[in-house]
Design a protein around this ligand. Structure first.
Ligand SMILES: NC(=O)c1ccc[n+]([C@@H]2O[C@H](COP(=O)([O-])OP(=O)(O)OC[C@H]3O[C@@H](n4cnc5c(N)ncnc54)[C@H](O)[C@@H]3O)[C@@H](O)[C@H]2O)c1
Length: 389
């Protein structure tokens, strides 16, 4: 049973591992962070100092609180120093073979009964757990970036995970001031599955020349109320991360055309135009480049927004239909994990399932592609005149 006195281990001190370590230390745990790259480890230590300093400047923490959080975290250069941990959260490279190898090693290093968790975005928890002698102790605990700010955490039991461990992890992370949702071990879990059409339908509209990137971004922000447009967001996430998640989800769903990646994004990855971090992605971030102009035609904007929205609603409905998570958790995950303005199932009720189906039918009839097939749950709601809420 995990408690506020449990010792937390973190493997990987990159973007996610360092954030998760900070969250656990802020909740008062002793935290041991290990990385096999010493440069990454010392960078994480420096950036933790800076981040805490900023919180003190903004008066979100007192100097004493900041010192106490900093003293709770120990950056260590050997994996064996994680052996006192009650829960170890892995946040290393998104590669199934590397993760399996690490879990096998972790189980040998950790004390008996230690819970081993993966922060993977899209890999199978069941498959990672299979590398261990005690898969019942292995679980997915998926934070969102930045882990210190985003409230959502997806808790993913693999098929062998013990229910006690699932409950214990959920209760602990709830005390870290996070919002937890329980998700079935399926590709992309909730958020990285339901959000796929936000990118892929935008890419499709762009590839077909229906609208330019800036126009699509404008429509989703101005008309849809999203904080960022799909192209801006992909550039921010980085195409190395965003494209790989899309490709992994598509492959794991046996190449379901709904999840097919777009060549326009693959080419960026091949070129090394990874987005904001490399100065170029869909947009050019050099200071002398002229911002692209949106075509603010309301009719075009509405067409773009509706097309992307109904594809998002369709995926949210299918996620519920296939019992990946509950209605409330699916809606909460999208608002708390990726800042969507509304839960998609709620949005469906507001728009009317008949209107959603009409839009999807038009797409399916025109393209004659399986990508546009309608979720059986939407059809059921339509036939039975039911709402999600
Ligand atoms: N970046 C995101 O937006 C995001 C969001 C949620 C989940 N995730 C997931 O979190 C994990 C980490 O992602 P990230 O963005 O922090 O990556 P990152 O590249 O920033 O950091 C990974 C760290 O792991 C270390 N590492 C690699 N192999 C290792 C090993 N065998 N042993 C110890 N350390 C090792 C690297 O040196 C590096 O410091 C991935 O599984 C990713 O899918 C990422």
């Amino acid at each position: 049973m995990l408690t506020k006195d449990s010792v937390i281990g973190v493997v990987g001190s990159g973007a996610m591992g360092s954030g998760i370590g900070q969250v656990a230390a802020t909740a008062g745990h002793q935290v041991f962070v290990y990385d096999n790259n010493e440069v990454s480890l010392s960078k994480a230590e420096t950036s933790l100092k800076t981040s805490l300093q900023k919180l003190v400047e903004k008066q979100k923490l007192t100097a004493e609180q900041s010192d106490s959080i900093f003293s709770n975290i120990h950056f260590v250069k050997t994996l064996s120093l994680l052996s006192t941990s009650d829960l170890i959260i892995e946040a290393i490279v998104e590669n199934i073979d590397v993760k399996k190898k690490l879990f096998h090693e972790l189980e040998k290093t950790a004390k008996a009964g230690t819970i081993l968790a993966s922060n993977t975005s899209s890999l199978s928890i069941t498959s990672i757990a299979a590398a261990c002698e005690h898969p019942e102790n292995v679980i997915g605990i998926h934070f969102f970036n930045p882990a210190t700010i985003m409230p959502l955490v997806e808790i993913i039991p693999g098929i062998a995970t013990s229910p006690e461990i699932t409950n214990s992890c959920k209760s602990l992370i709830d005390t870290w001031k996070k919002t937890t949702v329980i998700v079935k071990d399926t590709p992309g879990f909730i958020v990285n599955r339901v959000a796929r059409p936000f990118y892929s339908e935008a890419l499709r509209i762009y590839e077909e020349g229906i609208a330019e990137k800036a126009t699509i971004d404008w429509a989703m922000k101005e008309i849809g109320g999203f904080k960022m447009g799909p192209f801006e967001l992909m550039d921010l996430i980085g195409h190395d991360v965003n494209y790989i998640v899309t490709e992994t989800v598509w492959k794991q769903f046996y190449f379901d055309p709904k999840f097919k990646p777009a060549l326009a994004q693959k080419r960026l990855l091949e070129a090394g135009f990874l987005g904001k971090k490399t100065g170029r992605g869909f947009y050019n971030y050099s200071t002398d480049s002229k911002p692209e102009e949106a075509n603010k035609n309301p009719e075009l904007g509405n067409l773009i927004f509706k097309r992307i929205l109904v594809m998002l609603i369709n995926e949210a409905a299918d996620t519920l239909y296939l019992k990946v998570a509950s209605r409330d958790d699916i809606d909460m995950a999208m608002t708390k994990g990726v800042n969507y303005p509304k839960g998609l199932l709620k949005w469906c009720d507001e728009m009317g399932v008949d209107n959603v189906i009409k839009e999807l039918n038009a797409l399916r009839d025109f393209y004659e592609e399986d990508r546009y097939r309608i979720s059986p749950l939407l059809k059921q709601n339509f036939i039975l005149r039911k709402k999600f809420y």
